[in-house]
Design a protein around this ligand. Structure first.
Ligand SMILES: [Zn+2]
Length: 415
């Protein structure tokens, strides 16, 4: 259990972050390489300095704060077959996002350092707290940009060319933030230091509420993808064109929206049409073209594929063309590491610490795909809501999360 000073440390850091980037809705706007982001990065650097951690930035600007009092440098330890353990998350947010998605993991990880020191634990291998940059992709449209670039999942060229809502490229945003876009790129050296990564995150659903447990270990990230449906029609006058003479592109789109819900339900998946573009877009004009974007995910890859195929075939009846814009297969977290966390948390028997899959992407998933052993812990969210000011975690559950992470890290860094 956390001692009073450790609890106070968590609470103080949580209170510190409260006002940064908060907007009228009660939510947060903390976008990559903005003034708010700068404030958060400086805050992180300050917390790390106060703990005597050695802060290094990788080639995308992710902040890694190392604790290593052993012989030689962190790189020496890695060379001697003793790679580090990293814990952390991100501090950026979606537009009007909640307080917990990201910051809970960063603050909990910094608190773990305090808890280890409070109990006099000296790590036998390097330990890092990491703040990943641009996890939400709220500004430049690609989620997990920080981890994608250093793992090579996204090239520097593509990242730097991404533009925000105002047409500012990531390259220009980096320059404006006083950074060198030329330094951006894959960073094998940064990754080589990491033998295991554990990301603690607020749960983005209600599973732990239903299970009555404060903390879970993650199993995998659901397969997910995005598809563009283009429905053709013919523009014409909304008053003078007889119904039977119309080719109304909106009808096929309407069928897609309702069908997505029905088909996903029968196949145990989720499907969402959250974005639509109508041409010409006049109230009194029959649409000549409607484009809808479908997002579908689910625990079972085959069922997600089947959901999309069924919708593709229905859309075909309306003459639609369907384009797959992205597809990510199931991301499995490292089984050995996840089992070790479960054992450390005292669950030799099945299900005493719940194991959950998630429909959301995370830096831990990007690292796992790149071959870095990665695992996640989830903390109960009583509203089940995320990416909204409604996102929440009880103070006691936050503390339980820190306790769980401390237990796991203690197991990982002591031999
Ligand atoms: Zn997150």
């Amino acid at each position: 259990m956390m001692t009073a000073p450790v609890t106070a440390s968590f609470d103080r850091m949580w209170a510190d972050l409260g006002p940064v980037g908060r907007v009228g809705s009660g939510g947060y706007r903390r976008f990559a390489w903005t003034r708010e982001d700068h404030t958060l990065r400086e805050w992180f650097a300050g917390e790390c300095a106060a703990r005597g951690l050695d802060l290094v930035e990788d080639r995308m600007g992710n902040q890694w704060a190392w604790w290593w009092d052993g012989p030689g440098t962190v790189d020496d330890a890695v060379r001697q077959g003793n790679p580090g353990v990293a814990i952390g998350s991100h501090l950026d947010s979606v537009p009007d996002g909640g307080a917990y998605d990201g910051p809970l993991g960063v603050v909990s990880s910094l608190t773990v350092v305090d808890a280890l020191r409070e109990s006099g634990i000296q790590p036998d291998r390097p330990l890092a707290v990491v703040n990943f940059v641009d996890e939400e992709g709220a500004r430049f449209g690609v989620a997990c940009a920080g981890s994608r670039v250093i793992t090579g999942a996204m090239t520097a060229e593509r990242a730097l060319g991404l533009t925000d809502h105002d047409g500012v490229s990531m390259a220009d945003a980096l320059v404006a933030a006083g950074r060198d876009p030329g330094a951006v790129g894959r960073d094998e050296e940064a990754l080589r230091r990491v033998g295991a990564f554990v990301e603690l995150h607020v749960e983005q659903g209600r599973a732990l509420v239903d299970l009555g447990a404060p903390v879970a270990v993650a199993s995998d990230i659901w397969p997910h993808g995005r598809w563009r449906f283009d429905f053709p029609g013919e523009a014409n006058h909304a008053g003078t064109t007889r119904l039977e003479d119309r080719q109304d592109a909106m009808l096929g789109y309407a069928d897609l929206v309702l069908g997505a819900r029905r088909v996903a339900q029968t196949r145990g998946c989720v499907a969402t049409v959250g974005k639509v573009a109508v041409t010409p877009g006049g109230v009194n004009a029959i649409p000549s073209q409607v484009t809808g974007w479908l997002d579908s995910r689910g625990a079972d890859e085959g069922q997600v594929r089947a959901t999309v195929e069924e919708l593709r075939s229905r859309a075909g009846d309306f003459g639609a063309t369907v384009t797959e814009e992205s597809w990510t297969a199931t991301t499995r977290f490292d089984e050995g590491l996840s089992n070790r966390l479960r054992t450390a948390l005292g669950s030799d028997e099945e299900l005493s610490v719940p194991v959950l899959g998630t429909g959301a992407g995370h830096d831990a998933g990007i690292l796992a795909t790149a071959g870095v052993p990665a695992a996640m812990l989830f903390v109960r969210n009583p509203t089940g809501v995320s990416h909204s000011p409604e996102e929440f975690a009880e103070r006691d559950d936050c503390h339980a999360g820190v306790d769980a992470l401390t237990t796991c890290v203690t197991d990982l860094v002591t031999s």
